[in-house]
Design a protein. Structure first.
Length: 252
Protein backbone atom coordinates (compact mmCIF):
# COMPACT_ATOMS: atom_id res chain seq x y z
CA UNK A 1 0.00 0.00 0.00
CA UNK A 2 1.11 3.57 -0.63
CA UNK A 3 2.55 5.29 2.44
CA UNK A 4 2.72 8.96 3.36
CA UNK A 5 4.89 10.59 6.01
CA UNK A 6 3.67 13.86 7.50
CA UNK A 7 6.93 15.31 8.76
CA UNK A 8 7.14 18.26 11.13
CA UNK A 9 10.28 20.15 10.11
CA UNK A 10 10.31 22.85 12.79
CA UNK A 11 9.87 26.59 12.66
CA UNK A 12 12.55 27.59 10.16
CA UNK A 13 15.98 26.51 11.37
CA UNK A 14 17.17 23.23 9.77
CA UNK A 15 18.78 22.40 13.13
CA UNK A 16 15.25 21.94 14.51
CA UNK A 17 14.78 18.80 12.40
CA UNK A 18 14.67 15.74 14.67
CA UNK A 19 16.44 12.41 14.19
CA UNK A 20 13.04 10.77 13.63
CA UNK A 21 12.30 13.29 10.89
CA UNK A 22 15.67 12.59 9.24
CA UNK A 23 14.82 8.88 9.09
CA UNK A 24 11.47 9.66 7.47
CA UNK A 25 13.10 12.04 4.98
CA UNK A 26 15.46 9.29 3.89
CA UNK A 27 12.54 6.89 3.45
CA UNK A 28 10.68 9.21 1.05
CA UNK A 29 10.61 9.01 -2.74
CA UNK A 30 8.26 11.91 -3.53
CA UNK A 31 7.77 15.15 -1.59
CA UNK A 32 4.52 16.99 -2.25
CA UNK A 33 4.58 20.79 -1.96
CA UNK A 34 1.88 23.38 -2.59
CA UNK A 35 2.32 25.96 -5.36
CA UNK A 36 0.32 29.00 -4.26
CA UNK A 37 0.32 30.68 -7.67
CA UNK A 38 0.11 34.48 -7.39
CA UNK A 39 0.66 34.28 -3.61
CA UNK A 40 4.23 33.29 -4.31
CA UNK A 41 6.26 35.10 -1.65
CA UNK A 42 5.79 32.58 1.14
CA UNK A 43 5.53 29.64 -1.26
CA UNK A 44 8.95 30.31 -2.83
CA UNK A 45 10.69 30.85 0.50
CA UNK A 46 9.09 27.94 2.34
CA UNK A 47 9.56 25.48 -0.53
CA UNK A 48 13.19 26.60 -0.71
CA UNK A 49 13.67 25.80 2.98
CA UNK A 50 12.05 22.40 2.49
CA UNK A 51 14.44 21.62 -0.38
CA UNK A 52 17.39 22.85 1.71
CA UNK A 53 16.40 20.47 4.50
CA UNK A 54 16.19 17.56 2.06
CA UNK A 55 19.58 18.43 0.55
CA UNK A 56 21.12 18.58 4.00
CA UNK A 57 19.73 15.43 5.56
CA UNK A 58 19.02 12.93 2.77
CA UNK A 59 22.09 10.80 2.21
CA UNK A 60 21.07 9.25 -1.13
CA UNK A 61 19.21 11.88 -3.20
CA UNK A 62 16.80 9.67 -5.13
CA UNK A 63 13.77 11.78 -4.35
CA UNK A 64 11.81 14.36 -6.31
CA UNK A 65 9.49 17.24 -5.52
CA UNK A 66 5.99 17.46 -6.97
CA UNK A 67 4.40 20.90 -6.67
CA UNK A 68 0.60 20.92 -6.44
CA UNK A 69 -1.46 23.93 -7.43
CA UNK A 70 -3.17 25.25 -4.31
CA UNK A 71 -6.82 26.14 -4.99
CA UNK A 72 -7.85 29.68 -4.05
CA UNK A 73 -9.79 30.18 -0.85
CA UNK A 74 -12.89 32.32 -0.94
CA UNK A 75 -13.20 35.32 1.35
CA UNK A 76 -14.81 34.52 4.71
CA UNK A 77 -17.19 36.57 6.78
CA UNK A 78 -18.64 35.60 10.15
CA UNK A 79 -17.67 32.44 12.06
CA UNK A 80 -20.19 30.04 10.39
CA UNK A 81 -19.25 31.39 6.97
CA UNK A 82 -15.56 31.06 7.77
CA UNK A 83 -15.90 27.40 8.71
CA UNK A 84 -17.80 26.60 5.51
CA UNK A 85 -15.21 28.39 3.38
CA UNK A 86 -12.43 26.41 5.03
CA UNK A 87 -14.35 23.13 4.63
CA UNK A 88 -14.86 23.77 0.91
CA UNK A 89 -11.19 24.70 0.49
CA UNK A 90 -10.05 21.55 2.29
CA UNK A 91 -12.32 19.39 0.13
CA UNK A 92 -10.82 20.85 -3.05
CA UNK A 93 -7.30 20.41 -1.70
CA UNK A 94 -8.11 16.79 -0.84
CA UNK A 95 -9.23 16.12 -4.40
CA UNK A 96 -5.96 17.55 -5.78
CA UNK A 97 -3.82 15.66 -3.27
CA UNK A 98 -5.63 12.38 -3.93
CA UNK A 99 -5.06 12.66 -7.67
CA UNK A 100 -1.37 13.42 -7.10
CA UNK A 101 -0.83 10.54 -4.69
CA UNK A 102 -2.51 8.14 -7.07
CA UNK A 103 -0.57 9.46 -10.09
CA UNK A 104 2.87 10.11 -8.62
CA UNK A 105 3.24 7.14 -6.26
CA UNK A 106 3.34 3.51 -7.29
CA UNK A 107 1.34 0.90 -5.36
CA UNK A 108 4.16 0.60 -2.80
CA UNK A 109 5.47 4.16 -3.10
CA UNK A 110 6.41 6.43 -0.21
CA UNK A 111 5.52 10.13 -0.26
CA UNK A 112 5.71 12.94 2.26
CA UNK A 113 4.29 16.32 3.16
CA UNK A 114 6.70 18.55 5.08
CA UNK A 115 4.71 20.48 7.66
CA UNK A 116 6.03 23.80 8.95
CA UNK A 117 6.44 23.56 12.74
CA UNK A 118 4.38 20.64 14.03
CA UNK A 119 1.60 18.95 12.02
CA UNK A 120 -0.77 19.11 15.00
CA UNK A 121 -0.69 22.89 15.49
CA UNK A 122 -2.52 25.27 13.14
CA UNK A 123 -1.83 23.12 10.11
CA UNK A 124 -4.47 21.56 7.85
CA UNK A 125 -2.43 18.62 6.52
CA UNK A 126 -3.91 15.97 8.80
CA UNK A 127 -7.51 17.08 8.24
CA UNK A 128 -7.01 17.08 4.50
CA UNK A 129 -5.34 13.65 4.46
CA UNK A 130 -8.36 12.22 6.28
CA UNK A 131 -10.46 13.47 3.36
CA UNK A 132 -7.92 12.15 0.82
CA UNK A 133 -8.60 8.68 2.24
CA UNK A 134 -12.11 8.93 0.80
CA UNK A 135 -10.59 8.95 -2.72
CA UNK A 136 -7.47 6.75 -2.65
CA UNK A 137 -6.09 3.99 -0.42
CA UNK A 138 -2.96 4.79 1.56
CA UNK A 139 -1.64 4.79 5.10
CA UNK A 140 0.25 7.56 6.85
CA UNK A 141 2.20 8.39 9.97
CA UNK A 142 3.01 11.67 11.69
CA UNK A 143 6.45 12.86 12.80
CA UNK A 144 6.21 15.64 15.41
CA UNK A 145 8.21 18.84 15.00
CA UNK A 146 9.41 21.86 16.95
CA UNK A 147 6.59 24.41 17.16
CA UNK A 148 6.71 28.17 16.75
CA UNK A 149 5.48 28.40 20.34
CA UNK A 150 8.52 26.52 21.59
CA UNK A 151 10.84 28.73 19.59
CA UNK A 152 9.07 31.92 20.68
CA UNK A 153 9.42 31.13 24.38
CA UNK A 154 13.00 29.92 23.94
CA UNK A 155 14.04 33.08 22.09
CA UNK A 156 12.47 35.27 24.78
CA UNK A 157 13.79 32.97 27.56
CA UNK A 158 10.43 32.72 29.31
CA UNK A 159 8.17 29.88 30.52
CA UNK A 160 4.96 29.48 28.58
CA UNK A 161 2.69 29.61 31.62
CA UNK A 162 2.54 31.22 35.03
CA UNK A 163 2.91 28.83 37.99
CA UNK A 164 -0.09 26.52 38.14
CA UNK A 165 -1.94 28.48 35.43
CA UNK A 166 -3.30 27.34 32.04
CA UNK A 167 -2.46 28.77 28.61
CA UNK A 168 -4.97 29.24 25.79
CA UNK A 169 -3.91 28.76 22.17
CA UNK A 170 -6.21 30.87 20.02
CA UNK A 171 -6.69 33.13 17.02
CA UNK A 172 -6.85 36.87 16.57
CA UNK A 173 -10.54 36.53 15.68
CA UNK A 174 -11.26 34.76 18.99
CA UNK A 175 -9.16 37.26 20.95
CA UNK A 176 -11.17 40.13 19.50
CA UNK A 177 -14.48 38.43 20.26
CA UNK A 178 -13.76 37.12 23.77
CA UNK A 179 -10.90 39.18 25.14
CA UNK A 180 -7.98 37.94 27.24
CA UNK A 181 -8.00 36.15 30.58
CA UNK A 182 -4.69 34.89 31.95
CA UNK A 183 -2.20 33.81 29.26
CA UNK A 184 -2.84 33.13 25.58
CA UNK A 185 -0.78 32.29 22.52
CA UNK A 186 -2.17 33.88 19.35
CA UNK A 187 -1.25 32.35 16.00
CA UNK A 188 -0.97 34.12 12.63
CA UNK A 189 -2.94 37.23 13.56
CA UNK A 190 -2.92 39.53 10.51
CA UNK A 191 -5.01 42.13 12.35
CA UNK A 192 -2.67 42.61 15.35
CA UNK A 193 -5.61 41.99 17.66
CA UNK A 194 -3.45 42.53 20.73
CA UNK A 195 -4.13 46.25 20.20
CA UNK A 196 -7.55 45.70 21.82
CA UNK A 197 -5.97 44.45 25.05
CA UNK A 198 -5.37 46.78 28.02
CA UNK A 199 -2.09 48.70 27.67
CA UNK A 200 -0.52 46.96 30.69
CA UNK A 201 -0.89 43.52 29.03
CA UNK A 202 2.47 41.84 28.57
CA UNK A 203 3.35 40.68 25.03
CA UNK A 204 6.16 38.57 23.62
CA UNK A 205 6.00 38.67 19.80
CA UNK A 206 8.06 36.94 17.12
CA UNK A 207 8.06 36.59 13.34
CA UNK A 208 10.06 34.45 10.90
CA UNK A 209 11.13 32.43 13.93
CA UNK A 210 14.18 30.26 13.37
CA UNK A 211 15.17 32.06 10.16
CA UNK A 212 17.81 34.73 9.45
CA UNK A 213 14.96 37.28 9.21
CA UNK A 214 13.71 36.60 12.74
CA UNK A 215 12.07 39.53 14.56
CA UNK A 216 11.46 39.70 18.32
CA UNK A 217 9.68 42.26 20.51
CA UNK A 218 8.81 42.11 24.22
CA UNK A 219 7.15 44.58 26.59
CA UNK A 220 3.64 45.77 27.26
CA UNK A 221 1.01 46.47 24.63
CA UNK A 222 1.05 50.11 25.64
CA UNK A 223 4.83 50.40 25.34
CA UNK A 224 5.56 48.48 22.14
CA UNK A 225 2.24 47.66 20.49
CA UNK A 226 2.60 50.36 17.85
CA UNK A 227 6.21 49.30 17.17
CA UNK A 228 5.08 45.73 16.51
CA UNK A 229 2.33 46.88 14.15
CA UNK A 230 4.80 49.00 12.16
CA UNK A 231 7.52 46.34 12.12
CA UNK A 232 5.04 43.68 11.00
CA UNK A 233 3.72 45.83 8.15
CA UNK A 234 7.22 46.74 6.96
CA UNK A 235 8.43 43.14 7.09
CA UNK A 236 5.40 41.82 5.23
CA UNK A 237 5.86 44.41 2.51
CA UNK A 238 9.56 43.62 2.20
CA UNK A 239 9.21 39.82 2.10
CA UNK A 240 5.75 39.49 0.57
CA UNK A 241 4.65 37.25 3.45
CA UNK A 242 4.91 36.90 7.21
CA UNK A 243 4.35 34.17 9.79
CA UNK A 244 4.22 35.43 13.34
CA UNK A 245 2.93 34.46 16.76
CA UNK A 246 2.82 36.02 20.18
CA UNK A 247 2.19 35.28 23.84
CA UNK A 248 -0.02 37.58 25.89
CA UNK A 249 -0.27 37.69 29.67
CA UNK A 250 -2.85 39.81 31.43
CA UNK A 251 -1.74 42.07 34.26
CA UNK A 252 -4.39 40.71 36.66
Amino acid sequence: MRRIHVIGIGAGDPDFVTAQAVSALNDTQVFFAMDKGPRRGAADDLVAVRKLICDRFITEPRYRFVELVDPPRAAAGDAPGYRQVVADWHAERARIWAAAIETELGPDGVGAFLAWGDPSLYDSTLRILDKVGEHVDFEYDVIPGITAIQVLTARHRIPLNDVGEPVLITTGRQLREHGLTGSAVVMLDADCSFQQCPPQTRIWWGAYLGTPDELLYAGTVGEIGDEIVAARAEARTRHGWIMDTYLLRSAD
